[in-house]
Design a protein around this ligand. Structure first.
Ligand SMILES: [Zn+2]
Ligand SMILES: [Zn+2]
Length: 241
């Protein structure tokens, strides 16, 4: 039997950059079709009962002859429900179903991508005929990070260092997706330098492996140059630097 997609609920959920990597719990509001609490699904007002539809004899379908064949159509009178409701239930307007909002805490796995989706089975609308539930499909929106960029399992970030820090070395605290870490930059010979922190990237649950964290270290000239600094640079220039 093919799944009835009209029973699925689609909604968006935005999560932070770090939540998308490590997974999280989110309380989300789900509005799903359920059996009406007042009439228990029969669509009739309190103290009354629906009668079988006179047009289809309660079958919900009517037969007609087309040439030698006998065909069936949905009953127009009761719209296939097979019953006639004289006094409709006020809560559901005779439909037997209502939209009920509830809050549920859901587990979001890690390693989620922006634009990806998660399917929670059996959290969608209830089908009154089959008594089965559709799925809840969550479209994921990942809020971008100010610090990190992600490419697959790898993380990229940038840091600016002074010439002295880059050449003489400096123990600098940097942010990783696993918390703060001290990194020593020393002897950088280029203005742009890519440093690798192996296995400091995202954990890929399918491959059971960590990506890397790549730090793009940029050496930046001083913002202001004092006369003392100018004299020192003059000395350096005599050394060919
Ligand atoms: Zn009702
Ligand atoms: Zn009918």
């Amino acid at each position: 039997m093919s799944r009835n997609k009209s029973l699925d609920i689609k909604q968006k959920q935005s999560i932070s950059f770090l939540e998308s990597l490590h997974g999280c719990k989110k309380t989300i509001c789900i509005e799903s079709k359920e059996i009406c609490y007042s009439c228990k699904g029969n669509g009739a007002s309190l103290g009354t009962k629906p009668k079988p539809c006179w047009s289809c004899n309660g079958k919900g379908k009517v037969q007609f002859r087309k040439g030698p064949e006998i065909r069936e159509n949905e009953c127009q009178k009761c719209k296939g429900k097979g019953k006639e409701i004289k006094s409709k239930c006020g809560a559901c307007d005779g439909e037997g179903m209502i939209i009920k909002a509830r809050e549920e805490e859901m587990d979001f796995p890690g390693y989620l991508k922006d634009g990806g989706e998660i399917v929670f089975k059996g959290k969608g609308h209830l089908c009154e005929k089959t008594n089965r539930k559709g799925n809840l499909i969550i479209d994921i929106e990942v809020e971008p990070s100010d610090i990190f960029e992600r490419k697959g399992p790898h993380i990229f970030s940038e840091i600016e260092l002074s010439f002295a820090e880059g050449i003489l070395g400096s123990s600098t605290t940097i942010e990783t997706i696993w918390g703060k870490r001290k990194v020593n930059f020393k002897g950088l010979k280029k203005v742009d330098h890519l440093m690798t922190l192996p296995k400091y990237g995202v954990y890929n649950y399918e491959k059971k492996a960590y990506g890397n964290h790549y730090i793009h270290a940029k050496l930046v000239p001083p913002k202001t140059i004092t006369s003392e600094m100018e004299n020192l640079y003059k000395e350096l220039s005599t050394l060919g630097m």
